[in-house]
Design a protein around this ligand. Structure first.
Ligand code: 7RM
Length: 650
C-alpha cells in the first residue's frame, strides 16, 4: 500500500501556473509554518478583512482540548465573503446555481448575493433571531441555502445545517441538541428529476417541539404545502418586505460560526462547533493553495453543503477568495452519466472536486459518457471523503483529466474544518491513492498501539496531530467533556483523528481508513452504534451488529447481523430486511440503510459480552478460514452458524 503503483510527475502545464513550483518551495513555506507558527499565521490572517486587529495569534493546549486563535480580533464572515468584493468584482458571478435541470442554470453576482443575503438577514432579525441564537437549516442545494447560511453569519446567529436527506427524527434530535429556535426549509427539493417533500419532514420533526418558534419555507417548486399559522412563513414574501442592506455584526474571532453534526463510534452524533476567525483564515488559505485558485477561475465542488466539504469548499473558502463557485443541485447520473462533464463544458470549469464514490459510479457507466465533452478547461481535479482506489484514480486522471490535470487527494474531517493532508499543485509527483503531505502549519504524527510516536520515516499506525491549526473545531456543542474524551484523551497532548495511515519512505502519507466503529459509506460518515441502536428499536429485533464491507460503488456497504426476539413470530428474511431498512430510514435517513441484513441465531461475543466485529468483518468478505483466534468467544459454535447464513445469502 505504501508503494505507489506508478508515479506521475507534475506536468509543465500545471507548474507554469501554480503558486508553488517544487517540493522545495513547499518545504520552505512549510518549515516557516511549523518553526514559527504564530508569525506564519499572523501574516496569513491578513488575507481576510478584520474590523479590529487581534491581540494574540494562538493560545492552545491540546491536552486540555483548549484552542483559541486570533483572540481580540473582530470580523464578520459574510462581510469577508461578500462586501469586501463589491468594489472590485461586484458584477462578477459569485455563485453559479447548476439546477437539477441543466437548462435552469443561473448566475448570481456578488452584488446580487449581497442584496439577497441582507434581505434574509433582515428576515431572521424580524423574527427575533439574534447573535448567538441557533438556526437549523434543512434546505436542498438551492441559492436560498447559501443566502441563509451567510445571513446567519451576517447577524452572528449560529447555523446548524442538516443534510436534506436526513429523517424527521434525525432533524428533531439535532434541533433539541442545539436548541434551535428557527428552522429554514423548502417546500420541496429536486434531485435527479425526483421531488423530495422536505416541508413534510420538517412538520414531523418539529411537531410538539416548543423550542421552535418559526419555520421559514422557501418555495422551490409550485407545489403547495401545509403552512401552520403563526409558525410557518413564506421566505419570498418575508424577503419582499425587507431592505437589501443589513450591517454586519462584529464578531469575536472565537465566536461560534456554525455547528455541524457528525457521527462517531459511540452515542448520538456530535455537534462539532467551529468558530469565526481561525476557521475563515484556514478555509481561505487551503482553498487557494490546494486548488491553486487564480482570479477568474471557475471552481466546482460537487459536494452537498449539508456536509463539511460544502461548508468550507463551496461557500466559505471560495467566496472569501472572491472565486466563482458552483452549487450543484443534481446527481452525477441525471439526466445521464455525462452530467458532470456537460456541466464542466458549459461553465468552462477549471477546478473540479468530488468524492471517489461519485467517480466510481460514473466510471462504470463507460467512457462514452465523457468522450463527447470538451474538458480542456479543467486543470485541477480533487477528491475527498474516503480513500480513493487506484482504478478510480487512474480513470479520473486519464479519462477525465486526459493526463493533463493534477489530482489532489485531500484528507480531512468535519472536526478539522479544512484540508490537513493533501498534494499541492506544482509540488508533488502524483501517487495514486496517497494524500501525501501536511498542509502549512499541520503537524501530523503516526503513533503505535501504546501511543508512542513512530519517528522513522516509514511508519504504520494511528494518525494524530501534534499541534493546533486555526480551522479545527473548538468543542462539541454543549458537551466539552465529550470533545476532550473523543479526540484528546487516547493520546494525551495529541489530537486523535480516528484514522489509520502509513507513511512511505518519501514521507508521504497514505490514509488507510477508520480504525474505530465509524464507517464511511459513499463518503458519508456513519456510526455503527447509531445504526445498531435504530435497528434494536424494532420490535422484532433482540440485538444487532453492524459492520462495513467492501462495496463496488459506495466504497463501504452496510451489513447488519440481527438476532430476532423469541416472540417475533417467524417473519421471512425478506420481511426482516424490509423492516430493518425501514426502521433505519425513518430514524436516521436512507443513507444509513443496511445494504444487507442477515438473520443469525447469535453473535460472536467474548465472555465479557463484547461483540468481536473482527470476525464479522472476515465473514463478510468470505474469509471463512481466516478468522483468527475464536477461542475467547463465549460460544465459538455460533461462528459456523453465521458463516452458513452468509453463504446462503450469496
Ligand atoms: C471531509 C470529510 C472524515 C473521514 C476521515 C477519513 C475519511 C476523508 C479522505 C478520507 C482517505 C481521503 N469529512 N476521509 N477524506 N480517507 N482519503 N482523502 O470527509 O467528517 O465526513 O469524514 O473521511 O476516514 O476520518 S467527514
Amino acid at each position: 500500500m505504501s508503494e505507489a503503483s506508478r508515479i506521475y510527475p507534475v506536468q509543465d502545464r500545471i507548474r507554469s501556473q501554480s503558486y508553488l513550483k517544487s517540493r522545495a518551495d513547499y518545504q520552505a513555506m512549510y518549515q516557516k509554518s511549523v518553526s514559527n507558527p504564530d508569525e506564519f499565521w499572523r501574516e496569513q490572517a491578513m488575507r481576510i478583512s478584520w474590523f479590529h486587529p487581534f491581540d494574540r495569534v494562538s493560545d492552545w493546549d491540546l491536552a486540555q482540548a483548549s484552542v483559541r486563535w486570533f483572540e481580540g480580533g473582530k470580523l464578520n464572515v459574510s462581510y469577508n465573503c461578500i462586501d469586501r468584493h463589491l468594489e472590485s468584482r461586484g458584477d462578477q458571478t459569485a455563485i453559479i446555481f447548476e439546477a437539477d435541470e441543466p437548462e435552469h442554470a443561473r448566475h448570481i453576482s456578488y452584488r446580487e448575493l449581497h442584496a439577497e443575503v441582507c434581505r434574509v438577514a433582515n428576515v431572521l432579525k424580524s423574527f427575533g433571531v439574534k447573535k448567538g441564537d441557533r438556526v437549523c437549516i434543512y434546505l436542498p442545494m438551492i441559492p436560498e441555502l447559501a443566502y441563509t447560511m451567510l445571513a446567519c453569519a451576517r447577524i452572528g446567529a449560529i447555523h446548524s445545517i442538516v443534510f436534506a436527506g436526513f429523517s424527521a427524527d434525525a432533524i428533531r434530535d439535532r434541533i433539541i441538541d442545539s436548541q434551535a429556535s428557527m428552522v429554514v426549509t423548502a417546500n420541496e427539493g429536486l434531485r435527479g428529476g425526483k421531488r423530495i417533500a422536505l416541508k413534510t419532514v420538517v412538520d414531523k420533526a418539529v411537531d410538539g417541539l416548543d423550542v421552535v418558534k418559526t419555520v421559514l419555507v422557501a418555495k422551490h417548486t409550485e407545489t403547495e404545502v401545509n403552512m401552520v399559522t403563526g409558525r410557518d412563513f413564506d421566505m419570498a414574501e418575508e424577503k419582499a418586505r425587507q431592505r437589501p442592506t443589513c450591517p454586519p455584526e462584529w464578531m469575536d474571532a472565537e465566536d461560534p460560526l456554525f455547528i455541524l453534526y457528525t457521527s462517531g463510534s459511540t452515542g448520538k452524533p456530535k455537534g462539532l462547533m467551529h468558530t469565526t476567525g481561525g476557521y475563515l483564515v484556514y478555509a481561505s488559505l487551503t482553498h487557494q493553495y490546494v486548488f491553486d485558485v487564480h482570479p477568474g477561475d471557475i471552481y466546482c465542488c460537487a459536494a452537498d453543503i449539508g456536509w463539511v466539504t460544502g461548508h468550507t469548499y463551496i461557500i466559505y473558502g471560495p467566496l472569501t477568495n472572491g472565486t466563482t463557485t458552483i452549487m450543484f443541485e443534481s446527481v452525477p447520473t441525471y439526466p445521464h452519466a455525462g452530467r458532470y462533464w456537460d456541466m464542466v463544458q458549459r461553465h468552462k470549469v477549471n477546478i473540479f472536486y468530488t468524492a471517489p464514490t461519485a467517480i466510481r459510479a460514473i466510471a462504470r457507466e463507460g467512457n462514452q459518457w465523457v468522450a463527447p465533452y470538451d474538458l480542456s478547461s479543467l486543470r485541477i481535479l480533487g477528491t475527498v471523503g474516503e480513500p480513493i482506489n487506484p482504478e478510480a484514480w487512474e480513470w479520473y486522471y486519464q479519462v477525465v483529466g486526459k493526463s493533463q490535470c493534477t489530482i489532489v487527494d485531500t484528507w480531512w474531517q468535519t472536526e478539522t474544518g479544512g484540508i490537513l493532508i493533501t498534494p499541492l499543485p506544482g509540488v508533488n509527483d502524483l501517487k495514486p491513492g496517497a494524500a501525501t503531505l501536511p498542509f502549512f502549519g499541520v503537524q501530523p504524527c503516526v503513533v503505535d498501539q501504546d501511543g508512542q510516536e513512530i519517528t522513522t520515516t516509514e511508519a504504520k499506525g494511528y494518525l494524530c496531530m501534534k499541534a493546533a491549526w486555526p480551522g479545527m473545531a473548538r468543542t462539541v456543542y454543549g458537551d466539552h467533556e465529550r470533545f476532550k474524551q473523543t479526540y484528546f484523551s487516547q493520546y494525551p497532548g495529541l489530537y486523535f483523528t480516528g484514522d489509520g495511515c502509513t507513511r512511505d519512505r518519501d514521507g508521504d502519507y497514505w490514509i488507510t481508513g477508520r480504525v474505530d466503529d465509524v464507517i464511511n459509506v459513499s463518503g458519508h460518515r456513519l456510526g455503527t452504534a447509531e445504526i445498531e441502536s435504530s435497528i434494536n428499536a424494532h420490535e422484532w429485533i433482540a440485538e444487532s451488529a453492524v459492520i462495513g464491507y467492501p462495496h463496488e460503488i459506495k466504497g463501504t456497504g452496510i451489513l447488519a447481523f440481527v438476532i430476532l426476539n423469541a416472540d417475533a413470530g417467524s417473519p421471512s428474511d425478506a420481511d426482516v430486511s424490509n423492516a430493518v431498512r425501514g426502521q433505519v430510514s425513518s430514524d436516521i435517513g436512507k443513507i444509513a440503510r443496511p445494504d444487507m441484513v442477515l438473520v443469525c441465531p447469535g453473535l460472536p461475543k467474548t465472555r465479557s459480552g463484547k461483540i468481536m466485529r473482527r470476525i464479522l468483518r472476515k465473514i463478510s468478505i468470505g474469509a471463512y478460514d481466516d478468522l483468527g483466534n475464536v477461542t475467547t468467544l463465549a460460544d465459538p459454535s455460533v461462528v459456523d452458524q453465521i458463516i452458513q447464513v452468509h453463504k446462503n445469502h450469496k
